[in-house]
Design a protein around this ligand. Structure first.
Ligand code: GLY
Length: 354
């Protein structure tokens, strides 16, 4: 078992990573939160049929009364209406301030369930049990919880840290190949910004079988990188922006296709490659970096381009919430494993976009 401590003072917690961890979560939650009597499992219509009964049994065996709150799977559920329905169900089930909410699912469930925990009775304990690779290595760690508004993604939310993150890597075995690779794009991102050895390791796997055979150590390395970054910059005002490598263009691609053309990881893959090809041509990035990124993305069937006019993506980017007045901070690579923040005037952006 890998255990990574996230040192955030009064809000510190552990991330535990182990294949086959799920049936032990109940006992761990009861030990962590001895005053809890009830547990709500927030999950979705894809994940609940696979894993909610097992989690419920483990919580009940540890003496907790359990209610399941199951939302429709998909990003379209990540809104204020569904949040309000979840909160009403917590109230109907009689959860009190000492009880606990567990999120069992991918990024949507973690973000929405976490925000429900942050707002129900002004905040109850929550525990993340992420089931997608993307959630296991990124969204379940660091306390960003949110729902989307009509005006954009994640526009209503909070920084609200979980009490623990329990990662059972066996759950990745039911993930489709497309969504395994979707999450892997974020792992490749960690390699790009902070850890060339991680990048090489992912690039060196022969196939998905070898990737899955080594997934515990990949997940642990990514979580440790994220934990160190979040410890430095919990509220995303500086270093944490490194995690946005590939995301400015990636978000624009996702948004352009109405969130149904490319997955999040696919958008990030396009963003990482396109930007690095540009910054390399501009002399800002070590020669050969873009080719190495291209090779690893191709290996895992991740896209390199969106097939959209750049000017269309630019106008979508102009609406990105990360745009701050007349400037925007993007992340570029000096070399593999060395991401840096670069503040640009808005008029410089087309040069970087290519
Ligand atoms: N997913 C980016 C962050 O947590 O800051």
């Amino acid at each position: 078992m890998e255990k990574i401590h996230v040192d955030l003072g009064a809000h510190a917690y552990d991330i535990e990573i182990e294949a086959g961890l799920l049936p032990t979560v109940g006992g761990k939650v009861a030990a962590l939160l001895p005053k809890a009597r009830k547990a709500a499992i927030v999950s979705d219509t894809n994940v609940a049929p696979l894993y909610a009964a097992q989690l419920q049994a483990s919580l009940e065996a540890a003496g907790l009364a359990v209610v399941q709150v199951v939302i429709e799977a998909g990003e379209q559920s990540k809104n204020m209406t569904v949040l309000s329905q979840v909160l009403e169900q917590l109230a109907t089930a009689g959860l009190t301030r000492t009880d606990v909410l567990l999120t069992l699912g991918g990024g949507v469930v973690g973000d929405l369930g976490g925000f429900a925990a942050a707002s129900y009775m002004r905040g109850i304990a929550f525990v993340q049990v992420p089931t997608s690779l993307l959630a296991q290595i990124d969204s379940s760690v660091g306390g960003k919880v949110a729902v989307d508004l009509a005006a954009g993604k994640n526009l209503a939310g909070a920084f609200y840290q979980p009490k623990a993150v329990f990662i059972d890597t066996n759950l990745l075995r039911t993930l489709s190949t497309r969504f395994l690779h979707d999450g892997l794009a974020e792992a490749i991102k960690y390699g790009c910004i902070k850890d060339a050895a991680l990048f090489d390791k992912i690039a060196g796997f022969a196939d998905d079988a070898e990737l899955l055979a080594n997934i515990d150590s990949v997940v642990a390395t990514c979580c440790a990188i994220k934990a160190r970054i979040v410890e430095e910059d919990e509220f995303d005002t500086g270093l944490r922006m490194l995690l946005n490598f590939g995301h400015t263009l990636g978000h624009a691609v996702e948004q352009h296709f109405g969130y149904s053309g490319f997955t999040h990881g696919e958008g990030v893959a396009i963003g990482m490659y396109q930007l690095t090809a540009r910054t390399e041509a501009m002399g800002l990035t070590t020669v050969g970096t873009a080719a190495r990124i291209k090779a690893v993305l191709e290996k895992y069937n991740l896209p390199l381009a969106a097939g959209v006019e750049k000017k269309e993506l630019l106008s979508t980017m102009a609406r990105d919430k990360k745009k701050n007045g007349s400037s925007i901070t993007i992340i570029i690579l000096k070399a593999l494993g060395e991401g840096v923040l670069q503040k640009l005037d808005w008029q410089q952006v087309p040069e970087y976009l290519g």
